[in-house]
Design a protein around this ligand. Sequence first.
Ligand SMILES: [Zn+2]
Length: 108
Amino acid sequence: MAQEYESRLRYERAFDPKRCKASVADSIGFHSHQCRRNPWKDGWCKQHHPDTETERRRSREKRRLQKLGRSPAVQLQAARQEIARLKTEVSRLKAHMAENSPPASDAR
Ligand SMILES: [Zn+2]
């Protein structure tokens, strides 16, 4: 969540209500200043509005989980589960066939 700008030191500019109220770091990351964009909603610009930031965080988490799902370890685990499921199914079918197959005839 973006922090609201407030001027703490003498050389910092005073808060400007006509601009986005987010506090952003300068290029070095040492000082911060008020965001230069125009307010979009609730005094925040589109980029720094809490709703936008929540949505951005959600899509980042979704991409992270998708990437995690493509990892070899997770795919191996899924493959092992599928193999176990198929083995169970095969043994169930074998039991079913043994019960329902006609008795083997030795008349040739
Ligand atoms: Zn902003």
